[in-house]
Ligand binder design. Structure first.
Ligand code: AMP
Length: 380
């Protein structure tokens, strides 16, 4: 199947080819034609499924047929839970719009940074990607108008609700025109999300991408059996031994993440922590450096790491196992994405062995444990 068969015009098809997307992912096959027909969409899918392009491409296609925006009334609004996702979506829109006949202006706005520069730049924005709180601030400052929004996207709606944005979202909905197209993506469909779906969507086309389907087979999983107190040295040993240059390490708590970073840095391995206790500025900077290949190790907690999209991340290491098998799959899904192969390593202490068996059973894959007592970690 090709992108042009989904109803995209040749400038968009060209833009897709420039990103080296050869064929559409399942979510794109289903969402793109439906969105082009003006239908509402309910997408149950995670990061890694290709959900961003599934709504960005039809939005850009529609904008090609409209005059550029010349005021502060945005035609397309994408609501997201975090600054990281806002920036990522902004980058995706930008990467596809370069070279389109009708230029598209996209802007990502979020809290934690000063509002003035955002206000100045908003004029003429076609696609506004925003976290709910900051969007309301901007509306209050009259920097943006929502009365002409024709397409509303809620990306990671479950996470927005989890983060307590419900009230802000309702305030935003009240500012939107009644006639509009609505798209909602969520990893889960729990009760709260179901309420939101009932409130916002009209006869949506339902698309469900099973999580298993997006666990790429290209991930090579390995696991090491190791005493808890030897995990730090083993981590450093593996990083050096395999000459890993870009590693995402998962820890289960902020405290452990900080400790791991401290020990890595002390041993001459550049590392930074990425979690909810870090300021927005510090998180963005760490992610920027990591993406650019200037920071060797990023140590993250699950919550902060959701939604991080890094192309071709070669190594993911579970310093500790996550509680839920779903999070395990989500973590290792950071590698081997976009059709590139990657390596996922788990460090398993004796206390974690049983839990690791549970995870493997749920995942339907066996990962043998490699013993490590024989490895001399003295110098690591
Ligand atoms: P997402 O779920 O939107 O975060 O996308 C996950 C990753 O898949 C991103 O790195 C995209 O660039 C990549 N991707 C999305 N669609 C395709 C496609 N059709 N072909 C190849 N890579 C894709």
């Amino acid at each position: 199947m090709s992108f042009s068969s989904l109803g995209l015009s040749s400038p968009l098809v060209k833009a897709v080819a420039q990103q080296s997307y050869t064929s559409p992912y399942p979510i794109q096959q289903q969402a793109i034609p439906a969105m082009l027909q003006g239908k509402d969409i309910l997408g149950l899918a995670q990061t890694g499924s290709g959900k961003t392009a599934s709504y960005v491409l039809p939005i850009l296609e529609k904008l090609q047929r409209q005059a550029p925006t010349t005021n502060r009334s945005v035609p397309v609004l994408v609501l997201v839970p975090t600054r990281e996702l806002a920036m990522q979506v902004g980058e995706v829109v930008q990467s596809f719009s370069a070279g389109l006949p009708r230029p598209v202006k996209a802007m990502a706005v979020f809290g934690g940074v000063s509002i003035n520069p955002q206000m100045m730049k908003l004029h003429g924005t076609d696609v506004l990607i925003a976290t709910p709180g900051r969007l309301l601030d901007l509306v209050e400052h009259k920097a943006v108008q929502l009365s002409e929004v024709a397409v509303l996207v809620l990306d990671e709606a479950d996470k927005m609700l989890n983060l307590g944005f419900k009230e802000e979202m309702e305030k935003i909905f009240a500012l939107l025109p009644a006639r509009r197209q609505n798209v909602l993506f969520s990893a889960t469909l729990d009760e709260e999300v179901a309420f939101l779906v009932a409130d916002i969507l009209h006869n949506p086309v339902k698309i469900k991408i099973e999580e298993e389907a997006v666990v790429p087979e290209l991930i090579n999983q390995t696991a090491y059996q190791v005493a808890a107190e030897r995990k730090g040295p083993l981590l450093r040993y593996l990083i050096k031994q395999h000459n890993m240059q870009q590693v995402l390490v998962f820890a289960s708590s902020i405290r452990t993440a900080n400790n791991v970073v401290g020990k890595l840095v002390k041993n001459g391995i550049e590392a930074a922590a990425f979690h909810g206790d870090k300021s927005q500025g510090a998180r963005t900077e760490a992610l920027r450096q990591f993406k650019a290949g200037k920071l060797r190790v990023l140590v993250a907690t699950d919550l902060a790491a959701r939604g991080i999209d890094i192309k071709f991340l070669p190594h993911v290491i579970n310093y500790e196992l996550p509680r839920s098998p779903k999070d395990y799959v989500h973590r290792i899904g950071r590698t081997g994405r976009a059709e590139a192969s990657g390596e996922a390593i788990s460090l398993i202490s004796p206390e974690e062995e049983h839990h690791f068996k549970v995870i493997q059973k749920k995942m339907g894959q066996r990962v043998p444990l490699t013993p490590t007592e024989e490895i001399d970690l003295a110098g690591s």
